[in-house]
Each structure stands twice: as structure tokens, then as C-alpha cells.
Design a protein around this ligand. Sequence first.
Ligand code: SF4
Ligand code: SF4
Length: 268
Amino acid sequence: MGFYEFFNLLKAPGTMNYDRAKPYNEKARGIPLPRKGSCSHCNLCTTVCPTKSIVSMSSEELSIDYGSCLQCGLCVDVCGENYLSNSGFLYAFSHHREELKLKFTLGTFTPKKYDVPENVLNFQKLTNKNGFNYREVAASGNNSVECELSASFNYVFDSEGEQVKSVASPKHADAIVYSGPIGENMEKPLNTAFECMPSPKALIAMGTEAISGGVFQKGKPPITPDLYVAGDPPRPDVAIQSFRFLMGKFKFSFQNALFDFMFGKKND
Ligand code: SF4
Ligand code: SF4
């Protein structure tokens, strides 16, 4: 055994422990959130937002669609009142598109309860113990999601260690992970890839463009996705944690976790 091999034996493992991971990271930008304080209603944030994710803004209410938010931070940069902040909250994923749309009243909101869809329950029976294989389909995206998914297989994020593998053919897959807004020419290939898979199977919208189109018009997915993962692109650890959520490895609710994060009842 050489010096470096011996030295590596003494080092702590660098691979993420997903059971202990937090839904936020202080060093990340994350989703924009309102702070305590006042908004002067200058509307600069709504004007500058490239995806019109800040749906409405009034003296008491702020509605944001985190399924179309790119987490770019532009709204925070222009907010002279410092009412909006980059929160570092990263786990913007859900089985339900509606859960990613939030209305804050006087800076707070009431989390809603969302059930686990039946198709997801069936998928969990198949994958909870043994994991799953996915075929990735780049549906008119910009390859940023694919870069992050590639990184999810390195030794830090270790997707295969979490029993989630990427396969070449949809015939060998249990799920389709698609990125991009599904341009006209990609609707059929995405549909064909999904049809090739045996049931139970899942469709995963990975990234803001896949959820809402982002700055583009959104095409039609083969079915209503079973999992929506926001971020442009989502980080590798967020993608893997969302896969673990899909497999039923841990219980999670975007709105509950965000509420705990904002109001001090940290769920770590
Ligand atoms: S972070 Fe970017 S995309 Fe999201 S609401 Fe702000 S400006 Fe819009
Ligand atoms: S930029 Fe800030 S102060 Fe202006 S409307 Fe948006 S949140 Fe309010």
C-alpha cells in the first residue's frame, strides 16, 4: 500500500449522508422569501423577474410560484427595501405542482396538506427497498440539468450508493427524468420513451423548465409528472434527495419544511 492509499484510509468519508442532510444551505442562493418588514410596492421585482414567478404583490400579500422560479436572485438584487431575501432553501420539490405555489399574507403562510398520489404509492412498493433506474430525456433543455445529474454520480453525491442509476434504454428503466420545456420536436420522443417502460413507472420533471417552461412556452408531457423538482438546475444533492422522497425513503412536505425553516422550528 502506498502513502496516498494509507493516507486516504485515515480520512473521513466525503460522501453525503442524506439521512442527515438539511433542506437549506447557507452558502446557496435558494428560493427568494419575504422577510419581516415592509414592501414599498415599487414592483421592480415583478418587472425584473424573467419568468413572471412573482404572480401578485399587494400591501398584504405576495404570491410566488416556486415551480417557475429560476432561483436567479434578480428580484432580491433590485429590492431596495430588502423585503425579499435569498433564503438558501433548496428542497423545492413535490408530487404536486400546486404545492410549489405559495401565497404569503403579512410575510407568513399556512402550509397545506397534500396526499401521496396512488401512482407514487405503487412506485414506492417497487423501489423503496431496491431503488430504481431512470432514463434521462433532454427535452429541449440547455444541458444544465444533465451536467448536475452527471455530477450526482461522483463520490460526493453518490447516486448509485442511494440505489438510483441511469440507464441507456427506457426499456430497462423504472422512471423517466426529463429536463427542458419540451419543445415541439421533443414531445413525441419523450412520449415514446415513457410508453416503452413497464409499469409501475414514474415521470420526473427535473428543473424549472421541465415544470413550467421557465422563460419558454411549455410543451405537453406524456402524463402529469409524479415528481416536480424546481431549480435551474437543481443541485445534485437536491436531485438525489428528491429521488429518495419519490422512493418513500423519507417523509417530506415542501410547505411544512419551508414553514419550519422560516419560523424557527427547524426540522433537522
Ligand atoms: S429568483 Fe429570479 S425567477 Fe425567482 S422570483 Fe426572483 S427574479 Fe423571478
Ligand atoms: S422590489 Fe421589494 S419593495 Fe419593490 S415591490 Fe418587490 S418586494 Fe416590494
